[in-house]
Design a protein around this ligand. Structure first.
Ligand SMILES: Cc1cc2nc3c(=O)[nH]c(=O)nc-3n(C[C@H](O)[C@H](O)[C@H](O)COP(=O)(O)OP(=O)(O)OC[C@H]3O[C@@H](n4cnc5c(N)ncnc54)[C@H](O)[C@@H]3O)c2cc1C
Length: 248
């Protein structure tokens, strides 16, 4: 998409190939760097958008013997390994020391050296797979509004949140379900979009608040953090996921 004309009755999208589309509603589901959000609110690098960690990667690797979600946190960053099955783990690594700009593979190897053998091994194996390392910066979007006239943002375009609780994909899919349901009920468009925001704000806000709380805990001095997290972690886990067990 190249640009958006926000006419009240029929918004128009100009595509990269020069063609144009008009529709009764434009749904911006174009992710954390949303062009539609930029066209709508002009906040792509503004108040609603924050880079939390640029030096961050995702990868898959052979399972080094884990049976549950496990994170190792150090002074310079963290590595999370989550078993997909007994053979594979999904991994995420981030260098979180302030203003880390070094995106090189060497900096990731250095980070992994701070952790036990099986973490080092998983990172090395993930990196060894051709194209196996996916650079994946941590960015957040917080907006006062998700819609204007006949354009609405959903998913990361509206509310990308640091993946502390691994809820981003679910929130995006829930947005689509709720929006689809409201539109099918046949209310006029302004009412449907207002109802969409009203219904989704509390659930998204809950995930954002729990994300902020856990992020603050992760930034405590390492001694204190290591002492507290085994107690605070399970409690926060229940506080976060308990309300999310309610269907949308
Ligand atoms: C390091 C990391 C780890 C994460 N781990 C998890 C996890 O474990 N669990 C979880 O649920 N979530 C996780 N997330 C978050 C999750 O990836 C996102 O919340 C989710 O992908 C958002 O879905 P989306 O459809 O809104 O956006 P996206 O998945 O970003 O999809 C947007 C789509 O729009 C397309 N697009 C963008 N611009 C244009 C354009 N101009 N024209 C046409 N197409 C365009 C893109 O190519 C893309 O296909 C993680 C995020 C990060 C950064």
């Amino acid at each position: 998409m190249r640009s958006l004309a926000l006419h009240a009755a029929r918004p128009k999208v100009l595509l990269a190939d020069g063609s144009a589309l008009t529709a009764s509603l434009i749904v911006g589901a174009d992710g954390v760097r949303s062009t539609i959000r930029q066209e709508l609110f002009g906040t792509v690098a503004g108040r609603g958008h924050a880079m939390l960690a640029d030096a961050s990667w995702r990868f898959m690797a052979p399972n080094p013997g884990l049976d549950c979600w496990t994170v190792w946190a150090g002074a310079d960053g963290m590595v999370l390994l989550m078993p997909v099955d007994e053979h594979e783990v999904y991994g995420w690594a981030a260098i979180t020391r302030p203003r880390a700009k070094n995106l090189s593979r060497a900096s990731l190897i250095e980070l992994a050296k701070q952790f036990p053998d099986r973490v080092r091994e998983a990172v090395a194996q993930g990196m060894a797979r051709p194209g196996g390392l996916y650079h994946s910066p941590l960015e957040e979007v917080r907006l006062d509004r998700w819609h204007d006239k006949r354009v609405v943002l959903i998913g990361d375009a509206a509310h990308a949140t640091a993946p502390v609780w691994a809820e981003g994909a679910a929130l995006g899919m829930e947005d689509a379900i709720v929006l689809g349901r409201l539109l099918a009920e046949g209310a006029d468009m302004p009412s449907a979009l207002a109802a969409f925001e009203a219904q989704r704000r509390s659930r998204v806000g809950h995930v954002q608040a729990q994300t902020d709380a856990m992020s603050r805990a992760a930034k405590l001095p390492s001694g204190l953090r290591n002492l507290l997290l085994p107690f605070v972690g399970p409690k926060k886990y229940r506080q976060t996921y308990g309300p999310l067990m309610q269907p949308v």
